[in-house]
Design a protein around this ligand. Structure first.
Ligand code: TRP
Length: 332
């Protein structure tokens, strides 16, 4: 049975790029692999980037990320879902891997270079980030890692670390493969300034837990195909972010009406946006209702995470025992 692992950054309110690119994939893989699909909110990673980390907000964002994933359909009875800092074996294995990983490899990671470029003083943890990520995955001997394409280099390093460990200490870890969500077609930001990204601020994102009227305010002013200067100008929905969103949220008949209407100038952009809003409402309303229920029951969320951490530790502990023994630590 393959084992799936993925880590989720505790950024608070996830956006529709996270939802279609990752969260729906977790739910789908969970349906297939059950308790062999393991998901974790990576709060240990979150503290490595001083530009994005606020200690006063971390616990709240961690809980919000759990709520969002539960609301999106991840069932803690069926999968393993927990918070990284609750399972100390992640850090323990990470240290062993640190001793195996050349600094030069870490300095070549493009995400590290991008983040470090904005910092006056670079924390060592930022450099070690991919080592901790390798420990996350290999602690569960996971072989399948659903991630965004921006993580490809980190997964490749994880494979190298697994190889190096196996070579040094004997066959222990699988070499995991990244799997990409098919919907992870670069989802454009609603501001029309390239990819949807939290790091560009709320202006580019549509949060899955964002109130629908706030989403509408963003859609209303979103840029469309610049060829449609006047209502009577035909447009190309393939060159329009609203067209891209229709493909995610609308059913085929609606897409047909909207796209034909755009190409023939039969409908205006506001009509097209209203049609899109219907699809968004259909997809996000049940999710937002579940999130509201979960927020009203914080004990349920905490219990689910505590249970998840326990299940994770049951897998992690014997693996860590094996590692301790192979590395040669004293046993008492
Ligand atoms: N680095 C990943 C990201 O930014 C998050 C992550 C941490 C992760 N540990 C992981 C992803 C382990 C997959 C497996 O998205």
């Amino acid at each position: 049975m393959p084992r799936v692992f993925s880590g989720i950054q505790p950024t608070g309110n996830p956006h529709i790029g996270n939802y279609f690119g990752a969260m729906k994939n977790y739910v789908r893989l969970g349906d297939t692999y059950g308790k062999n699909s393991i998901y974790c909110v990576v709060d240990l990673h979150a503290i490595t980037n001083p530009a994005a980390y606020d200690p006063a907000a971390l616990a709240e964002r961690t809980l919000e990320m759990a709520v969002a994933n539960f609301a999106a359909g991840l069932d803690p009875e069926r999968v393993i879902f927990f918070v990284q800092s609750q399972v100390p074996e992640h850090q323990e294995l990470s240290w062993v891997f640190t001793a195996l990983t050349p600094v030069g490899e870490l300095e070549r990671m493009t995400q590290y270079k991008d983040k470090a470029a904005h910092l006056e003083s670079v924390p060592a943890g930022l450099l070690m980030y991919p080592v901790l990520m390798a420990a996350d995955i290999l602690l569960y001997k996971a072989d399948t890692v659903p991630v965004g394409e921006d993580q490809t280099q980190h997964i490749e390093l994880t494979r190298e670390i697994a190889r190096k460990f196996n070579h040094t200490y004997g066959e222990t870890f699988p070499e995991p493969q990244a799997v990409y969500a098919k919907d992870a077609l670069r989802i454009p930001g609603v501001d029309g300034q390239g990819k949807m990204s939290k790091s560009k601020g709320e202006g580019s994102t549509i949060g899955i837990l964002e109130p629908l009227d706030s989403i509408w305010q963003k859609l209303r002013v979103a840029p469309t195909d610049p060829a449609r200067v006047r209502r009577s100008d035909p447009g190309d929905p393939e060159k329009c972010l609203i067209g891209d969103y229709h493909k995610l949220f609308s059913d085929l008949p609606t897409i047909e009406v909207a796209f034909t209407g755009c190409r023939t100038a039969g409908i205006g952009c506001v009509d097209c946006k209203k049609m899109l809003m219907e699809g968004i409402r259909r997809e996000l309303t049940p999710l937002q209702e579940r999130a509201a229920e979960l927020r009203a029951d914080p004990d349920w969320v905490r219990d689910a995470l505590a249970q998840g951490a326990q299940e994770a530790r049951e897998i992690a502990r014997p693996v860590m025992e094996e590692v301790r023994e192979k590395v040669g630590f004293l046993r008492l």
